[in-house]
Design a protein around this ligand. Structure first.
Ligand code: NAD
Length: 492
């Protein structure tokens, strides 16, 4: 059994508590590694190291161009290690190797893109209303950043924070999810190989209430960049507000995937399926509410079922598997509980609805791909985030009805529209309350496209050029070029 170490100040080291906890493989249910149980002493060491690296030494002295070069080197190293990091993620979170391998191969792009941006962060000169001064702005790193990540895509979601933070010149302490910490601990080794000075990137693993709380409350931490549930996001944001720390919040979703009668139905079926069954529905952008125009409802459901029925559950490492296990035992229970809730609310199960017991599911935490019809938008199954392979189908009459239902939810992370009418596509994209709207596609993301939530889905944006601003603070510098100092007791 593998025993991991914390990564603090450029070194792997044991947790101060001397305690480790077990991490399981969701496909076999077996413990495969031990993760260090960090506590507030490790948090203090890591934050102190990050603060030292921020304020003194080579990272603080480096030009932005040198920082960018290090980031590009890191990107190259990630590309070399993509397969082994993807295997670790699959062992720990049970998602399909095909998906995690794709993610890891894509990951270097974040470090290339933001590495290129590092030396293009420019201030401006100010055309002041006062004579005798020259004034300009500088954009400086906000400080030590804490990144807190969830279990569904540990390294991808970390890169969304880390790459712009490094470009801005910040230093980082990350706390990965207690369910999927291994890949982040392995990833840390690449930092020293790339030549980053010690303390720029630190990993403290452990539990939210211990390590997470200590990080959020540490006085030397300037910013918390969080991805996870809205319940945890609220707790962190409340504390951060009290302590006057910056935050970014990437939270949950209950995204509407809207299919009009004029859509290319074959494409829309694929979009609906990848929207909810990819990643076993454990994705913040899951298209968990499928809104189908009443005139095509029955035909669409028939076609959807034909494809969804063929989904193969099984070993996530196998190229033939299409739906893997749920990542954690509490999540497995939660998904099955929601299926019961939906049944009690009067929704009709037309596919799945049980735990996966086929031989190829082994001892894994599988839930069958599940589809409910007859869902009303006021049911809990239509309003609450399940984070599993459970699709709710809701019918609508016309465009106005579709918009009303789509927006009638407290989340606003993503939405999609399937139509061949360009006018309708544009009208819908203008009025859907979501940070990302897809037209005739689903689940597309890029390092170039800003991503984040409307409403309860979060605060701030990741990806794209604007993401770097979340890790900067602006300073105005005034230089006297001839303004005459006047009597300070006489107001000018
Ligand atoms: P979670 O909120 O339970 O945990 C997220 C992280 O927060 C973990 O590392 C956890 O240990 C930590 N944490 C828990 N309590 C804490 C506390 N009091 N203080 C500090 N840290 C604490 O979320 P999860 O179950 O790991 O992930 C699933 C959720 O993440 C879903 O709601 C999903 O929609 C959301 N998510 C959002 C995005 C996005 O980009 N918007 C992406 C992926 C997942």
């Amino acid at each position: 059994m593998k025993r991991y170490q914390l990564h603090i100040d450029g070194q792997y080291r044991a947790p101060k508590s001397g305690a480790w906890f077990e991490t399981q493989n969701p496909f076999t249910g077996e413990t495969w590694a031990e993760i260090p149980r960090g506590d507030e002493q490790d948090v203090d060491l890591a934050v102190q190291a990050a603060h030292r690296a921020l304020t003194t030494g080579p990272w603080a002295e480096m030009t932005a161009t040198q920082r960018g070069a290090l980031m590009r080197k890191l990107g190259d190293l990630i590309a070399q290690e993509a397969t082994s990091l993807a295997e670790t993620e699959v062992r720990d979170n049970g998602k399909l190797f095909a998906e995690m391998h794709g993610q890891l191969n894509y990951l270097p792009q974040w470090f290339y893109y933001y590495g290129g941006l590092a030396d293009k962060i420019e201030g401006s000169t100010l055309p002041l209303d006062k004579k005798g001064y020259f004034a300009f702005t500088r954009h400086e790193p906000v400080g030590v950043v804490v990144a807190i990540t969830p279990w569904n895509s540990p390294l991808l979601l970390l890169a969304w924070k880390l790459a712009p933070a490094l470009a801005a010149g910040c230093t980082v302490v990350v706390k990965p999810s207690e369910f999927t910490s291994a890949s982040t601990l392995e990833f840390a080794a690449l930092f020293e190989k790339a030549g980053f000075p010690p303390g720029v990137f630190n990993v403290v693993t452990g539990f939210g209430a211990e390590v997470g709380t200590a990080l959020v409350e540490h006085p030397l931490v300037a910013k918390i960049s969080f991805t996870g549930s809205d319940a945890t996001g609220r707790i962190i944001n409340e504390k951060a507000a009290r302590l006057l720390k910056h935050t970014s919040m990437e939270l949950g979703g209950k995204s509407p995937n809207v299919v009009f009668e004029d859509a290319d139905l074959e494409q829309a079926v694929f979009g609906a399926i990848s929207g909810i069954f990819a990643a076993t529905g454990q994705t913040c952008i899951a298209g968990s509410r499928l809104l189908v125009q009443r005139s095509i409802h029955d035909e669409f459901v028939k076609r959807l079922l034909e494809v969804a029925r063929s989904a193969r559950m099984g070993d996530p490492m196998s190229a033939d598997t299409q739906v893997g296990p749920v990542t954690t035992p509490p999540q497995f229970k939660k998904v099955l509980d929601y299926i019961d809730v939906a049944k009690k609310e009067g929704a009709t199960v037309v596919l799945g609805g049980k735990k996966g017991t086929a031989p190829e599911c082994g001892n894994g935490w599988f839930v069958e791909p599940t589809i409910f019809t007859g869902v009303r938008n006021d049911m809990r199954i239509a309003q609450e985030e399940v984070f599993g392979p459970v699709l709710s189908i809701i019918s609508f009459e016309d465009e106005a009805d579709a918009l009303r239902i789509a927006n009638d939810v407290r989340f606003g992370l993503a939405a999609a529209v399937w139509t061949t009418d360009i006018g309708r596509a544009i009208r819908m994209s203008e009025k859907l309350q979501a940070g990302t709207v897809w037209v005739n596609t689903y689940r597309a993301v890029s390092f170039m496209a800003p991503f984040g939530g409307y409403k309860d889905s979060g605060l701030g944006r990741e990806n794209g050029i604007e993401a770097v601003k979340a890790f900067l603070q602006t300073k105005s510098v005034w230089i006297n070029t001839g303004a005459v100092a006047s009597n300070p007791f006489v107001m000018r």
